[in-house]
Design a protein around this ligand. Structure first.
Ligand SMILES: [Zn+2]
Length: 320
Protein backbone atom coordinates (compact mmCIF):
# COMPACT_ATOMS: atom_id res chain seq x y z
CA UNK A 1 0.00 0.00 0.00
CA UNK A 2 1.25 3.44 -0.76
CA UNK A 3 2.54 5.49 2.15
CA UNK A 4 0.06 8.28 1.55
CA UNK A 5 -2.88 5.87 1.68
CA UNK A 6 -1.51 4.17 4.77
CA UNK A 7 -1.23 7.50 6.55
CA UNK A 8 -4.68 8.71 5.65
CA UNK A 9 -6.12 5.35 6.72
CA UNK A 10 -4.31 5.69 10.02
CA UNK A 11 -5.87 9.05 10.80
CA UNK A 12 -9.29 7.98 9.57
CA UNK A 13 -9.19 4.87 11.76
CA UNK A 14 -8.10 6.90 14.76
CA UNK A 15 -10.86 9.41 14.27
CA UNK A 16 -13.48 6.70 13.84
CA UNK A 17 -12.23 4.73 16.83
CA UNK A 18 -12.18 7.80 19.05
CA UNK A 19 -15.62 8.87 17.88
CA UNK A 20 -17.00 5.44 18.73
CA UNK A 21 -15.53 5.58 22.22
CA UNK A 22 -16.92 9.08 22.66
CA UNK A 23 -20.41 8.04 21.55
CA UNK A 24 -20.34 5.00 23.79
CA UNK A 25 -19.40 7.16 26.76
CA UNK A 26 -22.21 9.62 26.06
CA UNK A 27 -24.76 6.81 25.85
CA UNK A 28 -23.43 5.25 29.02
CA UNK A 29 -23.71 8.49 30.96
CA UNK A 30 -27.16 9.33 29.56
CA UNK A 31 -28.37 5.95 30.68
CA UNK A 32 -26.96 6.31 34.14
CA UNK A 33 -27.76 10.01 34.60
CA UNK A 34 -30.78 10.99 32.49
CA UNK A 35 -30.41 14.58 33.65
CA UNK A 36 -27.28 14.84 31.52
CA UNK A 37 -29.23 14.31 28.34
CA UNK A 38 -31.56 17.16 29.30
CA UNK A 39 -28.67 19.49 30.06
CA UNK A 40 -27.02 18.66 26.74
CA UNK A 41 -30.28 19.27 24.89
CA UNK A 42 -30.58 22.58 26.67
CA UNK A 43 -27.05 23.62 25.76
CA UNK A 44 -27.65 22.69 22.15
CA UNK A 45 -30.91 24.56 22.06
CA UNK A 46 -29.43 27.75 23.50
CA UNK A 47 -26.55 27.51 21.08
CA UNK A 48 -28.77 27.18 18.01
CA UNK A 49 -31.12 29.94 19.11
CA UNK A 50 -28.21 32.24 19.88
CA UNK A 51 -26.72 31.60 16.45
CA UNK A 52 -29.97 32.42 14.68
CA UNK A 53 -30.51 35.48 16.84
CA UNK A 54 -26.98 36.66 16.12
CA UNK A 55 -27.55 36.44 12.37
CA UNK A 56 -30.78 38.44 12.62
CA UNK A 57 -29.42 40.99 15.13
CA UNK A 58 -25.69 41.29 14.51
CA UNK A 59 -25.29 44.24 16.87
CA UNK A 60 -27.02 42.74 19.87
CA UNK A 61 -25.07 41.70 22.93
CA UNK A 62 -27.63 39.16 24.03
CA UNK A 63 -25.22 36.36 23.05
CA UNK A 64 -23.02 37.27 25.99
CA UNK A 65 -25.82 36.31 28.31
CA UNK A 66 -26.33 33.09 26.34
CA UNK A 67 -22.71 32.09 26.59
CA UNK A 68 -22.79 32.74 30.32
CA UNK A 69 -25.77 30.42 30.55
CA UNK A 70 -23.99 27.74 28.52
CA UNK A 71 -20.94 28.13 30.69
CA UNK A 72 -23.03 27.60 33.84
CA UNK A 73 -24.66 24.51 32.37
CA UNK A 74 -21.25 23.07 31.51
CA UNK A 75 -20.08 23.72 35.06
CA UNK A 76 -23.11 21.85 36.26
CA UNK A 77 -22.25 18.93 33.96
CA UNK A 78 -18.74 18.80 35.41
CA UNK A 79 -20.14 18.70 38.93
CA UNK A 80 -22.58 15.91 38.11
CA UNK A 81 -19.84 13.87 36.41
CA UNK A 82 -17.48 14.25 39.35
CA UNK A 83 -20.23 13.41 41.80
CA UNK A 84 -20.87 10.17 39.90
CA UNK A 85 -17.22 9.21 39.90
CA UNK A 86 -16.36 10.18 36.29
CA UNK A 87 -13.38 12.31 35.31
CA UNK A 88 -14.40 15.84 34.23
CA UNK A 89 -13.31 15.33 30.63
CA UNK A 90 -15.14 12.02 30.29
CA UNK A 91 -17.60 13.36 27.73
CA UNK A 92 -15.18 15.47 25.72
CA UNK A 93 -14.09 14.69 22.20
CA UNK A 94 -11.20 12.23 22.19
CA UNK A 95 -8.06 12.80 20.15
CA UNK A 96 -5.07 10.48 19.86
CA UNK A 97 -2.91 13.54 19.13
CA UNK A 98 -4.01 16.57 21.10
CA UNK A 99 -1.91 18.88 18.92
CA UNK A 100 -3.37 18.21 15.48
CA UNK A 101 -6.65 16.62 16.62
CA UNK A 102 -5.84 13.65 14.40
CA UNK A 103 -5.61 15.60 11.19
CA UNK A 104 -1.83 15.21 10.82
CA UNK A 105 -1.40 18.97 10.35
CA UNK A 106 -0.26 21.28 13.12
CA UNK A 107 0.58 24.98 12.70
CA UNK A 108 0.41 24.52 8.94
CA UNK A 109 3.09 21.84 8.99
CA UNK A 110 3.27 18.07 9.23
CA UNK A 111 2.46 17.25 12.85
CA UNK A 112 5.06 15.39 14.90
CA UNK A 113 2.68 12.43 15.03
CA UNK A 114 2.71 12.23 11.22
CA UNK A 115 6.49 12.56 11.06
CA UNK A 116 6.76 9.72 13.49
CA UNK A 117 4.36 7.63 11.49
CA UNK A 118 6.32 8.19 8.28
CA UNK A 119 9.55 7.17 9.99
CA UNK A 120 7.94 4.06 11.44
CA UNK A 121 6.62 3.06 8.03
CA UNK A 122 9.78 3.79 6.10
CA UNK A 123 12.29 2.31 8.50
CA UNK A 124 10.49 -0.79 9.73
CA UNK A 125 10.51 0.45 13.30
CA UNK A 126 8.89 -2.77 14.50
CA UNK A 127 12.22 -4.61 14.47
CA UNK A 128 13.89 -1.63 16.13
CA UNK A 129 11.24 -1.44 18.86
CA UNK A 130 11.89 -5.09 19.55
CA UNK A 131 15.58 -4.34 20.13
CA UNK A 132 14.76 -1.35 22.31
CA UNK A 133 12.59 -3.54 24.53
CA UNK A 134 15.59 -5.78 25.16
CA UNK A 135 18.40 -3.25 25.25
CA UNK A 136 17.77 -0.16 27.35
CA UNK A 137 19.03 1.52 30.52
CA UNK A 138 16.88 -0.79 32.67
CA UNK A 139 18.61 -3.87 31.28
CA UNK A 140 22.07 -2.32 31.07
CA UNK A 141 24.39 -4.15 33.47
CA UNK A 142 27.69 -2.52 34.43
CA UNK A 143 28.80 -5.79 36.01
CA UNK A 144 29.40 -7.45 32.65
CA UNK A 145 32.33 -5.10 32.11
CA UNK A 146 35.69 -6.25 33.42
CA UNK A 147 37.14 -4.68 36.55
CA UNK A 148 40.68 -5.45 35.45
CA UNK A 149 42.66 -2.26 34.94
CA UNK A 150 44.13 -1.81 31.46
CA UNK A 151 47.55 -0.28 31.88
CA UNK A 152 47.37 1.44 28.53
CA UNK A 153 44.32 3.43 29.65
CA UNK A 154 44.92 3.51 33.39
CA UNK A 155 41.41 2.30 34.10
CA UNK A 156 39.21 -0.77 33.81
CA UNK A 157 36.54 -1.28 31.14
CA UNK A 158 33.94 -0.95 33.93
CA UNK A 159 35.29 2.40 35.09
CA UNK A 160 35.47 3.50 31.48
CA UNK A 161 31.86 2.45 30.94
CA UNK A 162 30.78 4.40 34.01
CA UNK A 163 32.23 7.51 32.40
CA UNK A 164 30.57 6.69 29.08
CA UNK A 165 27.20 6.31 30.81
CA UNK A 166 27.57 9.82 32.20
CA UNK A 167 28.31 11.13 28.70
CA UNK A 168 25.27 9.26 27.35
CA UNK A 169 22.98 10.61 30.09
CA UNK A 170 24.29 14.08 29.47
CA UNK A 171 23.61 13.72 25.76
CA UNK A 172 20.02 12.73 26.52
CA UNK A 173 19.43 15.46 29.09
CA UNK A 174 20.73 18.22 26.82
CA UNK A 175 19.31 16.80 23.60
CA UNK A 176 17.07 19.82 22.98
CA UNK A 177 19.93 22.29 23.39
CA UNK A 178 21.78 23.50 20.34
CA UNK A 179 25.14 22.62 21.87
CA UNK A 180 26.87 20.91 18.95
CA UNK A 181 27.40 17.76 21.01
CA UNK A 182 27.52 14.71 18.75
CA UNK A 183 29.07 11.44 19.78
CA UNK A 184 31.13 8.88 17.95
CA UNK A 185 31.49 5.56 19.77
CA UNK A 186 34.60 3.75 18.66
CA UNK A 187 36.41 0.60 19.63
CA UNK A 188 36.44 -3.09 18.69
CA UNK A 189 33.30 -5.20 18.26
CA UNK A 190 31.57 -6.60 21.34
CA UNK A 191 32.11 -3.66 23.69
CA UNK A 192 28.49 -2.65 24.10
CA UNK A 193 28.47 0.20 21.59
CA UNK A 194 25.27 -0.86 19.90
CA UNK A 195 23.66 -1.66 23.25
CA UNK A 196 24.34 1.88 24.41
CA UNK A 197 23.04 3.35 21.16
CA UNK A 198 19.82 1.44 21.79
CA UNK A 199 19.63 2.84 25.33
CA UNK A 200 19.94 6.39 24.04
CA UNK A 201 17.52 5.81 21.15
CA UNK A 202 14.86 4.55 23.53
CA UNK A 203 15.13 7.62 25.78
CA UNK A 204 15.04 10.10 22.90
CA UNK A 205 12.10 8.34 21.18
CA UNK A 206 10.16 8.74 24.44
CA UNK A 207 10.37 12.52 24.06
CA UNK A 208 8.44 12.32 20.77
CA UNK A 209 11.50 13.29 18.75
CA UNK A 210 11.99 11.73 15.33
CA UNK A 211 14.77 9.18 15.64
CA UNK A 212 16.19 7.25 12.72
CA UNK A 213 18.31 4.30 13.69
CA UNK A 214 20.10 2.58 10.83
CA UNK A 215 23.27 0.69 10.20
CA UNK A 216 25.67 2.50 7.89
CA UNK A 217 25.02 -0.30 5.43
CA UNK A 218 21.27 0.37 5.40
CA UNK A 219 21.84 4.10 4.96
CA UNK A 220 24.14 3.51 2.02
CA UNK A 221 21.63 1.13 0.50
CA UNK A 222 18.95 3.82 0.67
CA UNK A 223 21.35 6.32 -0.90
CA UNK A 224 22.17 3.92 -3.73
CA UNK A 225 18.57 2.90 -4.31
CA UNK A 226 17.69 6.52 -4.72
CA UNK A 227 20.55 7.20 -7.09
CA UNK A 228 20.47 4.09 -9.24
CA UNK A 229 16.88 2.92 -9.03
CA UNK A 230 15.20 6.28 -8.84
CA UNK A 231 13.31 5.32 -5.73
CA UNK A 232 11.24 7.76 -3.72
CA UNK A 233 13.32 10.32 -1.89
CA UNK A 234 11.23 10.63 1.28
CA UNK A 235 13.31 8.02 3.05
CA UNK A 236 16.50 9.75 1.98
CA UNK A 237 15.27 13.21 2.96
CA UNK A 238 14.54 12.03 6.48
CA UNK A 239 18.23 11.41 7.05
CA UNK A 240 18.55 15.18 6.96
CA UNK A 241 15.33 16.01 8.77
CA UNK A 242 15.23 13.56 11.69
CA UNK A 243 15.90 15.07 15.11
CA UNK A 244 18.38 12.32 15.80
CA UNK A 245 20.18 10.14 13.27
CA UNK A 246 21.97 7.08 14.60
CA UNK A 247 24.50 5.53 12.26
CA UNK A 248 25.50 2.14 13.61
CA UNK A 249 28.60 0.31 12.50
CA UNK A 250 30.25 2.74 10.15
CA UNK A 251 32.96 0.68 8.46
CA UNK A 252 35.10 0.43 5.40
CA UNK A 253 33.46 -2.48 3.58
CA UNK A 254 31.12 -0.46 1.43
CA UNK A 255 33.01 2.72 0.87
CA UNK A 256 33.62 4.34 -2.45
CA UNK A 257 33.97 7.97 -3.47
CA UNK A 258 30.26 8.34 -4.13
CA UNK A 259 28.96 6.81 -0.90
CA UNK A 260 31.62 8.58 1.17
CA UNK A 261 30.68 11.97 -0.09
CA UNK A 262 26.98 11.17 0.36
CA UNK A 263 27.27 10.01 3.94
CA UNK A 264 29.37 12.99 4.89
CA UNK A 265 27.01 15.32 3.11
CA UNK A 266 24.24 14.00 5.36
CA UNK A 267 26.27 14.40 8.54
CA UNK A 268 27.63 17.78 7.56
CA UNK A 269 24.21 19.15 6.63
CA UNK A 270 22.86 17.95 9.96
CA UNK A 271 25.69 19.70 11.76
CA UNK A 272 24.94 22.94 9.93
CA UNK A 273 21.27 22.64 10.89
CA UNK A 274 22.15 21.95 14.52
CA UNK A 275 20.67 18.43 14.36
CA UNK A 276 22.33 15.70 16.32
CA UNK A 277 23.96 12.52 15.11
CA UNK A 278 25.37 9.46 16.86
CA UNK A 279 27.84 7.17 15.16
CA UNK A 280 29.38 3.88 16.15
CA UNK A 281 32.36 2.38 14.39
CA UNK A 282 35.00 -0.30 14.77
CA UNK A 283 37.50 2.01 13.16
CA UNK A 284 39.83 4.28 15.09
CA UNK A 285 39.82 7.99 14.26
CA UNK A 286 43.07 7.39 12.42
CA UNK A 287 41.62 4.56 10.33
CA UNK A 288 38.57 6.71 9.65
CA UNK A 289 40.71 9.53 8.38
CA UNK A 290 42.57 7.14 6.08
CA UNK A 291 39.35 5.56 4.80
CA UNK A 292 37.52 8.81 4.34
CA UNK A 293 40.23 11.02 2.98
CA UNK A 294 37.72 13.62 1.98
CA UNK A 295 38.50 17.08 3.27
CA UNK A 296 34.99 17.16 4.71
CA UNK A 297 35.95 14.34 7.02
CA UNK A 298 38.26 16.32 9.27
CA UNK A 299 35.83 19.22 9.36
CA UNK A 300 32.92 16.99 10.23
CA UNK A 301 34.63 14.93 12.87
CA UNK A 302 35.88 17.90 14.78
CA UNK A 303 32.27 18.34 15.81
CA UNK A 304 32.06 14.84 17.30
CA UNK A 305 33.12 13.85 20.78
CA UNK A 306 35.07 10.60 20.42
CA UNK A 307 34.06 8.06 23.03
CA UNK A 308 36.41 5.12 23.24
CA UNK A 309 35.32 1.59 24.17
CA UNK A 310 37.80 -1.10 25.15
CA UNK A 311 37.91 -4.42 26.96
CA UNK A 312 37.40 -8.12 26.29
CA UNK A 313 34.80 -9.07 23.69
CA UNK A 314 31.52 -9.33 25.61
CA UNK A 315 29.96 -11.62 23.04
CA UNK A 316 32.38 -14.35 24.07
CA UNK A 317 31.77 -13.80 27.75
CA UNK A 318 28.06 -14.41 27.42
CA UNK A 319 28.64 -17.91 26.16
CA UNK A 320 30.50 -18.96 29.29
ZN1 LIG B 1 -0.56 15.20 15.62
Amino acid sequence: MELRTKISNYYENNRRKNEEIHERRVEEVYKKIPEMREIDALIKNIGIKAAIYQIKNPDSDKTIKDSQEIYNLKQKKDEILTKNGYPKDYLEEIYTCSDCHDTGVFNGKKCHCMQKLIVEELYDMSSISYMLEKENFDTFDLNVFSEKTYEKFGLSPRENMRGILTIARNFINTFDEKNDVNLIFWGPTGQGKTFLLNCIAKEIIKTDAIVIYQTAYEILKTIEDRKFRNEKTEKYNLFFEADLLIVDDLGIEMTNAFTNSEIFNIINTRLLRGKKTLISTNLSPKELSITYTDRVFSRVFQKFVPVRFFGPDLRWQEEK
